[in-house]
Write a protein of this length. Structure first.
Length: 196
């Protein structure tokens, strides 16, 4: 119980930490959030990142770029629809604007595009096959449940696809299918973060 601190002690520790911060840490605390804010505006309002970055000196700019990059990278997602595809392109264009090592950037982008293409082409076929599998399994379970209850209801008269339990099983299957792709995307996001 002796190691429980009062709110005052915690606040004093935070103040001491701030007061003992290096100038570099202070720059980081101030300019990474500014970069994050700029990234949000870029995604939402399409501001000119090059013009915005020109407003900062070299020391500040590297932290602004860190903030921009972290938000842009977080916004890369599987191309489930046209809006996400458009957003992914915008994010990649933004990263191309702020990152210096264009060759390394393009290398990672090509890996990401490969995953996106595979998701769009093969993923659709996988989803259709998985949908039929889930539907078949659910239909069999439902038939067994009806038989156990002694019901003479016909499975054909029940719209399986509208059943909440079926919808839940299908949602879980989609999450599993997408997780395979997201694992690769996550790795590539880490690679993007490491690029200057």
């Amino acid at each position: 119980m002796a190691d429980i601190k009062s709110a005052y002690e915690i606040a004093m520790e935070k103040i001491n930490k701030i007061e003992s911060a290096t100038p570099e840490e202070r720059l980081k605390w101030k300019y990474i959030p500014k970069g994050e804010e700029l990234a949000g505006k870029y995604i939402k309002d399409d501001i000119n990142l090059t013009a915005e970055l020109a407003k900062y000196g070299e020391q500040e700019r590297k932290y602004v770029v860190q903030g921009i990059s972290s938000i842009l990278i977080r916004n890369i997602d599987l191309p489930k629809n046209d809006a996400v595809k458009k957003n992914n392109k915008k994010v990649m264009d933004g990263l191309t604007t702020v990152k210096k090592d264009k060759k390394a950037l393009e290398n990672v982008f090509s890996k990401i595009r490969y995953i996106f293409n595979h998701y769009a082409e093969q993923g659709e076929a996988q989803k259709k096959a998985a949908y039929e599998q889930v539907k078949e399994e659910f239909s069999m379970k439902l038939q067994q449940a009806l038989a156990q209850q002694g019901s003479n209801a016909r499975i054909n008269s029940i719209d399986i696809e509208r059943q909440p339990q079926f919808q839940e099983e299908w949602r879980k299957m989609l999450i599993r299918l997408d997780a395979q792709y997201m694992q690769h995307i996550s790795e590539y996001k880490h690679e993007l973060q490491a690029i200057n």
